[in-house]
Design a protein around this ligand. Sequence first.
Ligand SMILES: [Fe+2]
Ligand SMILES: [Fe+2]
Length: 443
Amino acid sequence: MLKNNDQENLRILFVDDEEGVLRSLQRLFIDEDFEIFTASSGKAGLDILKSNNIAVIVSDQRMPEMSGAEFLEKAGKLAPDSVRIVLTGYADINAAMDAINKGGAYRYITKPWNDNDLIITVLNAAERFKLIKENRYLTELTKKQNEELKKWSSELEIYVQKQTIELTNQNKELKRLNEKLRKDFNDFIFAFFNIIELRNKVLHSHSSNVANIASVMAGKMGLKSSEIETITIAAMLHDIGMIGLPDIVLLKNFDELTADETDEYLKHPVRGQAAIDPIEDLREAGGLIRHHHERHNGKGFPDKLKGQAIPVGSRIIGIADKFDRLITLSHETHNVDSALQKVHSLSGTQFDPDLYKFLNEAAREQAGAVAQTSDTVQVELSPKDLMPGLVVARDLRSGTGLLLLSKGIVLNKKNIDTIRRSYHLDPSKTGVFVWTKRQMQKT
Ligand SMILES: [Fe+2]
Ligand SMILES: [Fe+2]
């Protein structure tokens, strides 16, 4: 119960100017578990209070020098938790009331007292003292715990705030690093892609066209943006395995190749996949590269996969590849219509028949519906006369031969700006050839 004094006997102080009364009070409580103190005056009582923790004070009212009421009032200041009782004669009820009001006395007991009543009153007073102490202890404990809790809570709040700021900063840094990684990766792909141009400009132009068409097709088919990105990268690099082939193989049509050259050519999808395989982020694209020459009927290479077993990205690249080879690489002359017609005739055997519709839309969009039809003509414009929406009719190269734009590209503000800048730094030998309607030329 009581934390500090509960192992010790409680202390009781009797104050009376009559020695006889003090002795009888001592006798009365001899069998109780109290430590008894006595004082024969208020002043002596106060001295005892100064150095002892007294639980119950029983004081006579009528004493010379200092009355019981006065003594109890002073005692209350010295030992506020002590429970105070005044002993008074019948005639002194008013003085007893005074002791209760001013001295904070708990009870008064009339003289001569009844022993039992006095013992019970003192025992109750001792219980009351214990309760007061316990109550004070619990109040202080609660207060201390509350303060502790408040301190923890404010420390926790500061910690949480600090952590939040730190996490926000870390997130920002991670986002920045992630963006940098993404940018580095894209730059790396373009660097890789440009190596193709160093080896063969036509192959580079073909790869660029296939990537444009495949990316538009994948978008129209409703594929996820991550899939579109992988397909576009795979399309850009789909013939990277040809870099190692001799010029003669690169420049010949497939049906003109010798048996040995054909053997070499058939290896390019696997070589392409193997070339980029060390880069983990390119492995998915590598899988698409491996299968870009598989055929719907299972007669393609390298794995003779059939129908839906061919990854959708490889099927898209395969059909876009054929279309652009007819336009860019074929020895025959093809316009968009005739190339599409040829691809259509191979749908269901060489190509997934469901893809033709998307190729048709993407190819016409890329080439521009007006290009290479009977009522359009090519005109050569100076960079300052270019307008968004015009379709490029011939590959545009810088003065030193870098490919700036492939034919079929639709001009927009961004690529017009790029061309104009390039004409300042590395001017082309010609203007920019674009398709335009015949009547436009007349006006
Ligand atoms: Fe290929
Ligand atoms: Fe190709």
